[in-house]
Write a protein that binds this ligand. Sequence first.
Ligand code: FE2
Ligand code: FE2
Length: 197
Amino acid sequence: MIGFKPPLALRAETPPAWAEAALADPAALLSDHAHNEKKAALNALNLSQSCADSPRASVLLARLAEEELNHYRRVLEALLGFGWPLQPDRGNAYAKALHGLAAKGLLDRLLIAALIEARSCERLWLLGQAGSSHLELGSAPWLAFLLELERCEAGHALSYRSLAGERFGQEAEARLDWWLDREAEVILALPWRSAVH
Ligand SMILES: [Fe+2]
Ligand SMILES: [Fe+2]
């Protein structure tokens, strides 16, 4: 993937052909993404509850929740603009599989959040690349929107990683190393569909 380095040095690269498969049903893709942005906002709020003893972490997590809520609203507005209804939540097998492997409480919750953000960032970038050749989604506002989300998600991945490091020190980097292998296994095992994961 020339010109793109995902945050956290993910260990399984998504092939560019994935984006064409994901764009097969743009209405489903965008609906799924709306649900994911809402879950990201709720997750940031839940984490802020768990980090309430740290004023710095609380502020950072409140900011993250605010940004995800803003993304949620904007994806809903994009759906409205295209005249596409918000479809029922099909669930996120990727996030579910990662949480199924968690064993270290808050540390794993922070690292899983970082990994999901990093993978979203990689895939939004791929969608942005493929979108330029996709007739219905090829409009400049749509591409600009995806690329803006991608930059935000990269920042979120780094924020969650630094929060884990501040709270758990060396243990966080060792655990992240373990998680990077698990995340690669999980993402490679999942079928492609019209969704970011
Ligand atoms: Fe987001
Ligand atoms: Fe995010």
